[in-house]
Design a protein around this ligand. Structure first.
Ligand SMILES: Cc1cc2nc3c(=O)[nH]c(=O)nc-3n(C[C@H](O)[C@H](O)[C@H](O)COP(=O)(O)OP(=O)(O)OC[C@H]3O[C@@H](n4cnc5c(N)ncnc54)[C@H](O)[C@@H]3O)c2cc1C
Length: 378
């Protein structure tokens, strides 16, 4: 495993290599290629991949802290890290030896960019309603269907696609130069606006049967579950970054903006607002740290605590970003100021990788109250 890097190093990287590109990327609706290059050059597209396979082999907390710093600077860059790593995580867990040896090092070195295609127009939260089909003929499979909302689908070189085979829902790895694959840029998404989203159609794409990840029928129960678990952990930390950015921007503004003869920070009501968002951001970070600790220990409860962290952190991000807009007054709604970007991007974290409603349903099945005797923190 990579020696734990100091948080300060991640912050410097994100503030120097990513933050300056966040506004132009957002306004252009396209992540600046220099950001992708900076992530690639620092090995940050292979954070979770073991060193033996060309990655950095980061522990979960280091990876989370880096993700928070990237998310604090630019949610679109964080989204690239999320989708790229969630595909790597799924292949590392369920991919065959050949695909691991061939593709994982290329992903870790950023020679390939991965995207994840689960959602369809009629199958959003309800992934079991997928209509993309995977038909087997001897040693080949044929993929047909249409996927929407594919983050970085515009630039990905390989996509992990979840579709329906005779055996049940199945995951396949699809190179983007496969004949019959067509991408259409989605340009009207205002959250994570530089996320280079695409709709992807698969018109009877012919692939070797070895493109199946894991076994046919394991696509939702195993492969997508691993991908979404990783995605939730990554999004949770990204939301911590947004909350931090909202808190910092709010303090900076309140310290200098004068109304009624003194700076806003000196007004009791403003102090209460600032305190509430600061506490929300700290609580979100604490839950992410706890999820990271459990993931590092390989604890079975890590999956549930990752959901808890994502649920809480995304709400904290929306709350803090909404307050930041309010604290900035009219300036908070100016595109040039980019405080409103925090709110647009925060809202996305409540919708993706299992919306807050779906997490309430899933967490509602857990006996979360059973932990309230304090043993959870023991
Ligand atoms: C910026 C962005 C990036 C994305 N990137 C990707 C990507 O890379 N790959 C990918 O596959 N998908 C991606 N998505 C899609 C995302 O995963 C879906 O939007 C999400 O799963 C919700 O599906 P939906 O939008 O169809 O909403 P729906 O499922 O139609 O839900 C609509 C609303 O109803 C609520 N709801 C649904 N079911 C219930 C229920 N049983 N009880 C109560 N409330 C319910 C939902 O929480 C939501 O509020 C992305 C979306 C966004 C916004």
């Amino acid at each position: 495993m990579e020696k734990q890097r100091p948080l300060e190093q991640y912050r410097r990287f994100a503030q120097e290599a990513i933050a300056p590109m966040a506004k132009p990327s957002d306004l252009a609706g396209r992540l600046d290629p220099a950001v992708v290059e900076a992530l690639r050059a620092n090995g940050f597209l292979g954070c979770i991949t073991p060193t033996a396979l060309g990655g950095l082999g980061m522990d979960p907390i280091s990876y989370g802290q880096l993700t928070a710093e990237v998310g604090r600077a630019c949610s679109s860059a964080r989204t690239l890290m999320t989708v790229h790593h969630l595909v790597s995580a799924a292949i590392l867990r369920w991919g065959g030896g050949e695909v691991k040896a061939r593709l994982v090092p290329r992903l870790a070195r950023g020679e390939e960019i991965a995207a994840f295609a689960l959602s369809e127009s009629e199958a959003g939260s309800d992934a079991s309603a997928l209509s993309t089909t995977i038909r087997r003929e001897g040693d080949y499979i044929f993929l047909s269907g249409e996927k929407c909302w594919v983050s970085f689908g515009q630039i990905a070189s390989v996509i992990l696609v979840i579709g329906r085979a005779a055996e049940g829902i199945t995951a396949v790895l699809v190179p983007c130069d496969t004949p019959g694959l067509h991408r259409h840029a989605v340009t009207s998404m205002v959250g994570v606006r530089a996320g280079m989203m695409a709709e992807i159609t698969f018109d009877n794409c012919k692939l070797p049967a070895t493109a199946i990840v894991g076994r046919a029928g394991f696509g939702l129960s195993h492969v997508a579950t691993t991908a979404l678990d990783h995605g939730r952990y990554s999004v949770a930390w990204g939301a911590v970054g947004i909350a931090d950015a909202a808190v910092c921007a709010s303090y900076a503004f309140a310290k200098t903006r004068e109304q009624f003869g003194s700076v806003l920070k000196d007004k009791p009501l403003m102090r209460a607002r600032l305190t509430r968002i600061s506490v929300a951001a700290r609580a979100a970070r604490a839950l992410c740290m706890e999820a990271g600790r459990l993931r590092n220990a390989g604890a079975p409860s890590a999956i549930v605590e990752t959901m808890v962290a994502k649920y809480a952190a995304s709400k904290a991000a929306v709350y803090a970003a909404n307050e930041a807009v309010h604290i900035h007054g009219a300036r908070g709604l100016m595109e040039e100021q980019q405080v409103e970007r925090l709110l647009r991007d925060a809202k996305v974290t409540e919708i993706i990788e299992g919306s807050s409603d779906i997490l309430e349903l899933l967490l509602g099945e857990q006996d979360l109250g059973g932990d309230l005797d304090g043993s959870f923190f023991g």
